[in-house]
Design a protein around this ligand. Structure first.
Ligand code: SAH
Ligand code: SF4
Length: 358
């Protein structure tokens, strides 16, 4: 069992109160988040005695890479081991955007997005989700969340200055671990650390309405994504038992109270499952449900795994659903099946490692 504190658990301000002289906190942040050091010994501008004291009190490597899987589409999936032997998944997604310039030239730009986990397992228990099948083990600390991104950047040689986006769409329900998640958002955003602006971070939730309100009051500037997946309470309850405690209307009310940057929208994720929620009647209801909300809809193909009763929707139904919404003025995209060949829906790599059928 680990007795040392995790350095990445602390904001720069906290760290500067924990060490003397306090200005060293800034230097430590730079070593950790810009120069990607693994040992305090490498922090050359710190006095030797301080390096020793720090390495006695803190660990810099609370996670270990256990498995890596590459997908043909460029996404890379990691299984990390925590100090107590639990494992979590992280996915690095690489998008190649085309940028059109005034002179007619086209520049290809690579954009990184890291999909991170907030808990080991999940309490919410959605019927379609593999993470839920393993039950809930524990919350991650802020540092364990922060370290997922640092190690993915280290492992891929992604320069500290390269822009990355973060999505809390890995394992766990971020709002069920709100204090650690909110703290990690702030640590990520530190200008002298990873400098990932809060508008580049997205928290995805199954819809804990009371916590959406709380998150809104924190006014962090993050983007909000709601995993809606169904437009009537009866169906949503069978897919997501949390709907019994927080029904669809309560989520809509919480979203309406959420502070959204004037250029941004709230994303509604809609996991499309064949013959369950893929009909046009659902699209129609979705349209009226989101009426008046600055929303965008992201349709997600259900990603099947061994033992599930659910099926991937047909492409034609997916497209018809999207067209119905788009023609009526609702922004709607279909999420590419990034990393489908490496089972990118979170929870799947972990199950594989545990030797169960995927
Ligand atoms: N707990 C949060 C964030 C993690 S899940 C939430 O539910 O929003 C991230 C997304 O993956 C959710 O929208 C979830 O519905 C989706 N997901 C879960 N299982 C999936 C599967 N088998 N195929 C595709 N997406 C899945
Ligand atoms: Fe938890 Fe999200 Fe999976 Fe539901 S979909 S069980 S909330 S991780």
């Amino acid at each position: 069992m680990q007795t040392k504190k995790i350095l990445q658990d602390y904001t720069k301000e906290e760290l500067s109160r924990m060490i003397t002289p306090s200005f060293r906190a800034k230097q430590i942040y730079s070593w950790v988040y810009h120069k990607y050091v693994e040992h305090f010994e490498q922090m050359k501008n710190l006095p030797q005695q301080m390096r020793e004291q720090l390495s006695e009190a803190f660990t810099l490597m609370p996670l270990k890479i256990l498995m890596v899987q590459d997908s043909i589409d460029g996404s890379r999936k990691y299984l990390f081991e925590l100090h107590d032997g639990h494992t979590v998944e992280v996915v690095l997604l690489l998008m190649r955007d085309k940028e059109y310039h005034e002179d007619g030239s086209v520049k290809h730009q690579e954009r990184y997005t890291v999909c991170i986990s907030s808990q080991v397992g999940c309490k919410v228990g959605c019927a379609f989700c593999l993470t839920a099948k393993g039950g809930f083990m524990r919350d991650l600390s802020a540092g364990e969340i922060v370290e997922q991104v640092r190690q993915v950047k280290m492992d891929n040689g992604i320069d500290a200055n390269r822009r990355v986006n973060l999505v809390f769409m890995g394992m766990g329900e971020p709002l069920d671990n709100l204090s650690a998640v909110a703290k990690s958002v702030q640590i990520f955003a530190d200008e002298e650390g990873m400098a990932i602006a809060t508008h580049r971070q997205t928290i995805s939730t199954s819809g804990l309405s009371s916590k959406i309100k709380k998150l809104g009051e924190m006014d962090l500037g993050i983007n909000l994504a709601i995993s809606l997946h169904a437009v009537d309470d009866a169906l949503r309850e069978t897919l997501m038992p949390i709907n019994k405690a927080y029904n669809i209307q309560s989520i809509i009310d919480a979203v309406n109270a959420f502070p959204v940057n004037s250029r941004k929208r709230v994303m509604f994720e809609y996991l499309v499952i064949r013959n369950v929620n893929d009909d046009i009647t659902a699209a129609k209801k979705l349209l009226s449900l989101l009426d008046g909300i600055k929303a965008k809809v992201n349709l997600i193909y259900f990603n099947p795994y061994g033992g599930t009763e659910f099926e991937r929707p047909e492409e034609k139904d997916m497209v018809a659903f999207q067209e119905y919404l788009v023609k009526r003025g609702l922004l709607c995209t279909i999420r590419e099946s990034k990393g489908l060949d490496i089972s990118a829906a979170c929870g799947q790599l972990r199950e594989q490692e545990r030797g169960e059928a995927v």
